[in-house]
Design a protein around this ligand. Sequence first.
Ligand code: GLY
Length: 388
Amino acid sequence: MQKLLFIILTALSVSSCTTDSIDRTLEFSAKQTLSLYRSVKDLDGRLPRSIDPSGQLVTSNDAYWCSGFTAGTLWYLYEYTACDSLKAAAEALTERIERQQYNTGSHDVGFMIYCSSGNAYRLTSNPAYRDVILNAARSLSTRFNPALGVIRSWDHLQWHFPVIIDNLMNLELLCEATRLSGDTSFLHIAVSHADTTMKYHFRPDGSSYHVVDYGVLQDGFPLRQTHQGCADASAWARGQAWALYGYTMMFRETKKPEYLAQAIKIANFILNHPRLPADGIPYWDFDAPDIPNALRDASAGAIICSALIELSAFADKNLAGKYLKAAEKQIATLSSPEYLAETNTNGNFILKHGVGNLPNRSEIDVPLTYADYYFVEALIRYKKQNKS
Ligand code: GLY
């Protein structure tokens, strides 16, 4: 089957006369992610997560926040190749996650279901996926507190009503649910959450805190702390990436100018930061004490890259050029041997060097499913936008 896929992919690239590096990277990603799928195919209900220090695959159950990313990557790669094996793999992993549509215990139902069933519906129009998306949006909506104006993130850990910056990403599911059903209550929740987050999560320089606890007031503001960054006052790189992606996406969905202005402010913070390395891939925290020896986070780089490509379509010409140039640099870096795995290494994940949760000593300098997802999304967005 691998040989067949290789022949199909080669034929596709020849027939479309595309031999540039983005196509080569996407073709490699398709083969690699199909191999990743094969490694969990017969593991009942398991989903790829990362690798352990000995290089062995680590899997998760469907309730883990990253459960939907590999399915989503497979859907994107199916979109690119039109290859049936990728579609079958995407369908199989999407099915493993579907019961999360009823999960009211996690804000991450947006990540899980939108990346899997959301892409599935976008590419197949199968109404069964539409029902999954709507049920998941109903589940996520139960976590909204109308008095506070935000969706609760975690039910565990020490906080009273924590909202993490990452939660902006789950709003895309709600926007899609309004589009599919005509029920505007989903969109209203998304807008309320984005507006309230804009008020309390950001510093004057455009960087964001990781955790805001709306259950505790300190000097007239909800308590602002970190969980995955190096300090409460630091700029945790993936948090900045989620924020940039979140407001770019919310501008696409609502056309509210405040969201575009916020996305531009965040992009400027990232791109003008004196500690952003020249190759465009951030250290895991912009304030990590051991910079320049601190680890980079490929996942933050990939999320920022995908967001900048989308933002370049909304910003004025000067900024758009700057954002695209930065994204091109990130694509080149992530496609280089430093970050891109070799075939059948790296547990069959695409990218190396992600940082999951460094303060918790978890997933440090490893492949991460969300790095792969947003990298492939960025490559496909770039191709669509630039018709290369
Ligand atoms: N949403 C969790 C993370 O970005 O690690």
